[in-house]
Ligand binder design. Structure first.
Ligand SMILES: CC(C)=CCC/C(C)=C/COP(=O)(O)O
Length: 292
């Protein structure tokens, strides 16, 4: 059972120079501590006030002499006046803060568990080459080169329009992912081996997964602009999902990097669709390409 004499940070209350001079049964350690415990239980606000007062007191010369003024004063004394709101915030983490920290802890734990191909000696190390092949299938370079090649070979306006927009989508994706990676600067998992095929400098960061964004962006693009039989459509969706999963299995990413990557890729396609380039709204692009 947790000790009632714990501060919000988990340090024992009075665990400063003063704690050595207080003894069990003294107001600061047991007798008066009983009053303090009841006060701590009474409300969150009171808890914050008391703890703030306690921390403040630990800096004061009075406290250093070994007595916590409130606890020593006994139950009949009034509690100290409430401290300003900003002083309470550090000690009273918001619900959102706690939720985010918990999510992060689950994310790290789950990512480590799923990183079964992170190295040759990992439990699924034998499928690592297959995962790396998948990695290349979602890399930016083959997609960019492939699109440029198809554009150069395309002899219909409709085909060129679709490919021009795919090129725009791939470039937008590279730009947005680089921007967010540079802003967030989340390190890749510690178990990752940085042996990826051609990377940019921001690719030392992991949030969001560029492969995950591209997988969803390209899949949505293909599903909306190519006429495919149902089994092929299922295959496209599966490819995107497995590519995202493989990022975590290879140890390249945490689960949240991939989850956000999927979301971002989905949104990116919506942007591309909204800004769809055509000979009507971007004639210069199409005329220039025709002159090549
Ligand atoms: C060099 C070019 C054109 C693209 C880099 C593609 C790349 C290496 C992205 C990183 O993906 P993850 O964030 O999923 O690791």
């Amino acid at each position: 059972m947790p000790s009632p004499r714990r501060s919000v940070e988990g340090r024992p209350l009075g665990a400063s120079a003063s704690s050595s001079s207080s003894s069990p049964g003294s107001p600061a350690h047991g007798g008066g501590g009983r009053f303090e415990f009841q006060s701590l239980l009474s409300s969150r606000a009171t808890c914050a006030d008391l703890t703030c007062a306690r921390l403040r007191a630990s800096e004061s010369p009075v406290h250093r002499r070994g007595s916590f003024p409130l606890a020593a004063a006994g139950p009949s004394q009034a509690p100290p006046p409430p401290l300003p709101e900003e002083d309470r915030m550090d000690l009273n983490p918001s619900f959102l803060g706690i939720a985010l920290r918990s999510l992060l802890a689950i994310d790290l734990w789950l990512s480590k568990k799923l990183g079964v191909c992170a190295g040759e000696s990992s439990s699924w190390g034998s499928v690592r080459p297959l995962m790396k092949l998948l990695e290349i299938s979602g890399h930016g370079i083959p997609w960019l080169l492939g699109t440029l090649y198809c554009l150069s070979r395309s002899d219909s306006w409709a085909g060129r329009e679709v490919l021009m927009n795919l090129l725009f989508a791939l470039l937008l994706d590279l730009l947005l992912v680089a921007l967010i990676k540079g802003l967030v600067r989340r390190r890749r998992p510690a178990h990752n081996q940085m042996d990826m095929f051609v990377t940019l400098s921001v690719d030392k960061y992991s949030f969001p997964s560029g492969h995950a964004t591209r997988a969803v962006l390209v899949s949505r693009f293909i599903l909306n602009h190519l006429v495919l039989a149902i089994p092929l459509r299922v295959l496209v969706v599966l490819w995107a999902f497995v590519l995202g999963l493989s990022r975590v299995m290879l140890g390249r990413h945490n689960v949240t990097d991939v989850a956000f990557g999927f979301f971002l890729g989905y949104m990116q396609y919506s942007i591309v669709d909204y800004c769809w380039l055509s000979p009507h709204n971007a004639p210069v692009l199409f005329v220039l390409w025709n002159q090549q």
